[in-house]
Design a protein. Sequence first.
Length: 334
Amino acid sequence: MSSAQHSKVRTDLQTREVTPLEVVPQRGDTNRDLWQTRLTSDPSLGVHDAFLRLIVKAGRYLGARSKFVTLALGVVMIAVIGALDLLTGPEIGLSVFYLFPIGFITWAAGRTAGIALSLLSAGVWLAADLGGGLVYSSPAIPYWNAGVRLALFLIVTHTLAALSVSLEWARTDYLTGLVNTRGFHDLAFKQLHQARRSGRTYSLAYLDIDDFKSVNDELGHLTGDALLRLLGDTLRQATRKSDIVARVGGDEFAIWFLDAGFETAVSAMRHIQETLQTAAAKGGRKVTFSVGLATFQEPSESIAESVAQADSLMYAAKQAGKNTIVHRVIQRAA
């Protein structure tokens, strides 16, 4: 059970002077980083392969560095492995160790970098074979072996690159570029867990475009899609990089504000609402929004409970006349 302090913010926003949050462009890799964290830590996903976990974690670490540093580190690792391969001779195989730098760099820097390291690894391995003194029945055999190894490296590279892209796009809304409902739940799962450990306050906003159906009916779906893309871009630019912004329905959006109490959430939501209306006006459209804003002084039991609170407040805003923010502070009973 929970008790709640109800606040209808529409009148307050017209009379109260509040300072909006600093606008920081949202980094695209922030969401991907959180998804990768859950990929290797959430038991519900069933991804527990040790090699994949190591690749993802190392890739996340290297991804925070410049591409030059990342590639340089990959080259050094391959050179070290090649030197060890040459010193140990043909009796001891080190083939699996080449896969680690290839995997790390592919995940951190992309497919092209992975292909480059695959070529380098095959070349280094070939040099180690030729310098190891092993006599083959045909001089073509070491080159054939190098081609087979290169094929293996490229298969790993393309598989990891495809997995990385799929991981991102499976949780991305194709129209706006924001995270979709699945992505929102994945990211919010981690934030809710952190809130439970730290006792942090957080707020959740649920936005709905007023009379969006009439836009589609009167101006066509292409105009409606253009409006949604505009709102997605505006929300991405008007929120902090620590916030989670998602399109969770046809014309519905959710924003998870980390470390945002009552005043911070109201200030942020006022700024976002004004920014959205200004952006829509520049596009020749008058658009208003109904917003349900729930501030949780203690974490809810689940993501679904948090969303339900904000969603119910959004409908209250609709019933109050639209173009309204209805805010409630959720206080769990002792």
